[in-house]
Design a protein around this ligand. Sequence first.
Ligand SMILES: [Zn+2]
Length: 486
Amino acid sequence: MAPTAVTGLALLLARAGLTDALSMRESDPTFQMSEADTSAEPTNQAEHGRPEKRIAYQTHRDVEDADELEAHKQIYHRAGEVLGGSQNIRHILQFVMSHPHAPVLPHGGCLYLPSDRVWAAFYRHVEHPVPTLFGDMIANSYYPGCNQTSVSGLRLPPSCGPGSLEGSRGCFRVASLGSAAGVEVYETSGHLGLPDQWSYHIAHTQPRHLRRAKEGGSRGSKCGRELPEVPKAHRLEIPTRYVVCQKSDADRTITEEHVREQNRWANEAFSGKSPWKEMSFDAAHPPSVDMQISFKLVNISIVTDIACARQGFTNTRLMHKYNEHAENFFTVVIITNDQSGVLGQTEFPHDLAEEDPENMVVVSSVGFRGDASRYNGDMMYDEGDTVVHEAGHGFGLYHTFEGSCGGRGDYVDDTQEEAMPHYDCVSDRSCGGDTDPVHNFMDYSPDTCMVGFTEGQKRRAWCELENHRSGLYQQSLKKAAGSSSY
Ligand SMILES: [Zn+2]
């Protein structure tokens, strides 16, 4: 369809639709928050009709005219301005806008976006979301002409009365933030427009993950901020086994050779040798210490297990049989047909007994080294830093954006605090201090942006291993080559 025809149709629809949206807001000036709104519930999802057949929407990639493309980007930009203090969602809009798969938002419509509080809760349930799905999320959340069907074909949930919509756990509030560039922006206190994968994952995650999410993460760690220097004469060579859950014998998405290459890459990263692609905002080489930790590859098993390959993130019990004697190994499970839209997921050692089979790193093949280049995927996570990031969690490291600004943060003093995860390699000062640590392995930035760990993270990793995986620590402790003293 010619772009002019799209614009014309949208304008026609916009007139009728925007009036409806505005009257919905104006008819209830004394709107009260419902019971369900008082505590943001990330599991409260809009009761969408999710028809099998979706609408193939136009993306920025399909727009050839440069001026027209700029006008489409402006819609995102202006909508972001209306969001005001919601930094998280504004950042996600910017991320989507800067990628060719961004949905074209026809002029005149309603965009429904979650409040920062709801979004923060989302992160506790979906660890390391696959960011390409953010484009789908926007397409599911934009209703041209403020009508009943989104750009992608999702149906708006039924109304619970003025200013609220039906959710899986009760009604949630929908409040207008204002309009810009012909788009009415609404803030929602439940999830509207979550892609199918995340919607499924949140609805089916095991209670243990939900419990941890509710508690805001366990703080049972023996490692505080004051930590001793790591002994120079020692290193940890950690016995590491990889398990690949593939969906069929013919799958072969990940081979033993791929695993060896991934392991080599993780060892480079942990020794401080990950390549640095210098950005214009870099004043110096970003921190990238030698962690004095390496992964000694002791076993690779490739198993055909479709349940594990598809639902491993949602039901981690499916992988317990592959993690017997968890106390003796660092176990990395790769799932090749993920249906959860998650890149990786790992428990902290201080939350578990050493022999607990939950002591493992789980990654999607989408974030495995070389997978995107082999299978024409999104190159953001092609280098193999997802395993490095998840191993960081496996050694007790938090995200650099943990606790946002002004809190206890990631329990490491030499990482700059930041308000939110970054999906782009950008210069930002989200907490008002120094530049956000986008080059740190414990952010969500693209692999080419990730460079290293800090000295504080190294001390914390050693402390966590010594105290919370002491069996593995004792097995792994080696005298460094060339060192003569203990
Ligand atoms: Zn993470």
